[in-house]
Design a protein around this ligand. Structure first.
Ligand SMILES: Nc1nc2c(ncn2[C@@H]2O[C@H](COP(=O)(O)OP(=O)(O)OP(=O)(O)O)[C@@H](O)[C@H]2O)c(=O)[nH]1
Ligand SMILES: [Mg+2]
Length: 656
């Protein structure tokens, strides 16, 4: 970090720190409606104009949520250590104003530490909706820190109407809560840069008593017992809240959420409703809409674009091998992945919506009952849900589990959740074999992943990773409307990331694959790809997959390259098979078995390295990968055998 000043954003989980961070710095970090979204510190910056008129950079650090400075889990320790060791110039303490009592506990600890603090009362829009009135000026006098009401999601503070109710001058308080927070922060930074602030709340504005504060008096964190006198602190908090808050009549968000939850988290209906929602989502993304766009892209790339290239290359006299490389290597390989961008985008439009509204937290809550039976806490389900996006951040988010055994087990089972990069594989086979059953096949794959993950958790907990059951009280945030701007930006980022990977990694791999299937070990071009380098390597391992139905060297090679990146499986299939050959090698039963194997077998390289890092052990990481591959083999075998007999019968019932 290079800025002149550093501001740290600290507060309880799910209080809106990242939302504010994104607003202050123009970043696009992940926001979600549940506790524990941010697990690593993230930095950004904004420019302020200094007192002498010069531009100065202010670094802003977004921290994982904490309830106190005596933390338990890894990501909480990151936040605590940052505040204590890095000594930011200013801590912006973000408090969910609908949950003041809990938030203020941390404020008192920050005070004990002697940080300079601004309290940002967030979610003021919800506070107003409830008719609650907070006298933030009084609160700031009682706390000894400036208190500024904001709505990070809207960028405002409080409305004109509310200001009037509070008897304030509408023009000065109603506008720009976040802007006011920035101004106040800058103000404090300007003053405290040379003198640590001995902060005295004044009547008009805030004054600094420079004489009162002496750096040498700052206690080191180790000398402070943060939780000492905690019951007195709670008494003080109760008093402050009683004096500065006039509770509204209503509890709008809580009541609304309660009504929705009566249905969605119902003991009996919860799981069926979840499955029904997923079925509709899959049918929408892979069945009805997605395939229209995908077909269009497919025709454009493989017919129109390939046709142009052929005409152009032939007229320009480009050599045959080059034409083959571009059309049958690059366009086939990269195009095979790009074709599925619409499906992926549509799926993520729904998955992200489920996360942002708070529904995914409910799914974890529903699962909690089930998980408790196998001795794992429902908290493990959050990393698993994140695994629907990408295993890498999902595995990392297992840090929120404070029980070491649970964390290890969660890391090992998270890759069973079907990540975004595997979607093209399903899209590929659905288009070829299951066009009429898109929704139900996708649901089968996803649910199979969840079931195998839960089964594995049970197995691992029973055998190798025995540990105490973690008591866990799941906290459900109120349902919220996502911020449309962040929402769209997130979907765009996902799509962009996917397209960039296709244009770089998959592009490069397509060239390599094209070469491997066209040349032999003597580096001579071959007519029959079976004699190529790829053909020889594939033939060696292919027999292993015979019992699963795909003992074909081409399928074996596709699986091998899948270790580098899962999308590459589709690229290889596109390069090696013509549509006619595909129908010879694969049947619906084989395709199903292949999809299941892809779902479960060892994760991609980056995920593997992440697992190794998070488990901090090569041995365990290799064990995890081996376990996943064995499970993949066994389950694909069973699915294949069942589908051989059953699919013709089953398919009749599920035409979509
Ligand atoms: N109504 C309302 N919702 C908000 C506001 N600020 C944030 N949110 C929502 O609150 C939820 C949590 O926001 P985040 O920014 O992810 O919270 P966080 O403090 O970073 O959470 P962790 O990283 O889990 O500690 C999201 O659903 C946001 O859209 C606000 O001012 N008003
Ligand atoms: Mg966050």
């Amino acid at each position: 970090m290079s800025g002149k000043y550093t501001i740290a954003l600290a507060g309880n989980p799910n209080s809106g720190k990242t939302t504010l961070f994104n607003r202050l710095t123009g970043s696009n970090q992940k926001v979600g409606n549940w506790a524990g979204v941010t697990i690593e510190k993230k930095t950004g910056s904004y420019i302020k104009t200094g007192q002498d008129g010069r531009k100065e950079t202010v670094d802003v650090v977004d921290l994982p949520g904490i309830y106190s400075l005596t933390p338990y889990s890894a990501e909480e320790i990151i936040a605590r250590n940052y505040i204590i060791d890095e000594k930011p110039d200013l801590v912006v303490n973000i408090i969910d104003a609908t949950n003041l009592e809990r938030g203020l506990y941390l404020t008192f600890q920050l005070k004990k530490l002697g940080c300079s603090v601004i309290v940002a009362l967030n979610m003021m829009d919800e506070v107003e909706e409830n008719g609650t009135i907070i006298d933030f000026e009084k609160m700031s006098v009682l706390l000894g820190f400036p208190v500024i009401p904001i709505s990070a999601i809207e960028g405002t503070g409080i409305s004109a109407k509310m200001a009037k109710l509070m008897g304030k001058h509408t023009s000065s308080v109603a506008k720009g809560g976040v802007q006011k927070l920035i101004d106040k922060s800058n103000d404090i930074l300007d003053h405290s840069y040379k003198n640590m602030p001995g902060y005295v709340p004044g009547k008009a504005g805030y004054a600094f008593d420079k004489t009162k504060f002496d750096l040498s008096q700052l206690k080191s964190a180790d000398e402070i017992d943060f939780d000492e006198h905690s019951s007195e602190v709670y008494d003080q908090i109760t008093k402050i809240v009683a004096e500065s808050v006039k509770q509204g009549e209503k509890q709008v968000q809580a009541e609304r959420s309660k009504k929705i939850d009566a249905l969605l988290t119902n003991k009996w209906l919860g799981i069926p409703i979840f499955l029904a929602i997923m079925l509709i989502v899959f049918q929408l993304s892979f069945g009805w809409f997605g395939s229209i766009f995908s077909d269009a892209i497919d025709i454009f790339l493989n017919e129109t674009l390939a046709g142009w290239v052929e005409v152009w290359f032939t007229s320009a006299g480009v050599s045959d091998w080059m034409l083959d490389l571009v059309v049958n290597g690059i366009i086939a390989g990269v195009g095979g992945v790009l074709t599925f961008v619409p499906q992926i985008v549509i799926l993520f439009i729904f998955l992200t919506l489920m996360e942002d509204t708070g529904y995914m937290a409910r799914v974890a809550f529903i699962m909690d009952r089930l998980f408790n039976k196998i001795g794992l806490s429902g908290k493990s389900f959050i990393p698993m849900i994140m695994g629907f996006g990408c295993s890498v951040p999902a595995v990392m988010s297992a840090r929120t589990l404070d029980n070491e055994m649970d964390r290890k087990v969660t890391i090992m089972i998270t890759p069973f959740m079907s990540c975004g990069a595997r979607l093209p594989i399903y899209g590929f086979f659905i288009a070829a074999f299951f066009a009429a059953h898109a929704g139900i096949i996708m649901l089968f794959i996803y649910v199979l992943g969840i079931v195998i993950a839960i089964f594995s958790a049970w197995l691992l907990k029973k055998t190798l990773f025995r540990g105490p059951d973690a008591p866990f009280i799941m906290e459900l945030p109120p349902y919220r409307m996502p911020d449309i701007y962040t929402y769209i930006k997130h979907i765009w980022e996902k799509a962009r990331g996917f397209i960039i990977r296709a244009g770089t990694l998959i592009f490069a791999m397509s060239i390599v694959v094209w070469f491997l299937q066209g040349y032999n070990f003597a580096l001579k071009a071959v007519d029959d790809p079976a004699e190529s380098i790829f053909g020889v390597i594939g033939s060696v391992i292919a027999p292993l997959f015979g019992p699963l139905g795909f003992g074909d060297w081409r399928a074996a090679d596709a699986l091998l390259t899948g270790f580098v990146a899962k999308e590459a499986v589709v690229s290889v299939l596109e390069i090696l098979y013509s549509p006619a050959e595909l129908l010879v090698s694969f049947t619906p039963a084989v395709a199903l078995s292949f999809m299941v194997f892809c779902l479960l077998y060892l994760p991609c390289l980056v995920a593997f390295v992440t697992i190794k890092r998070e488990l901090n052990s090569w041995k365990l990481a290799v064990f995890a990968a081996a376990y996943q591959t064995v499970i993949a083999y066994v389950v694909a075998f069973i699915v294949y055998r069942v589908a051989l007999v059953g699919w013709p019968h089953i398919s009749m019932y599920f035409t979509g």
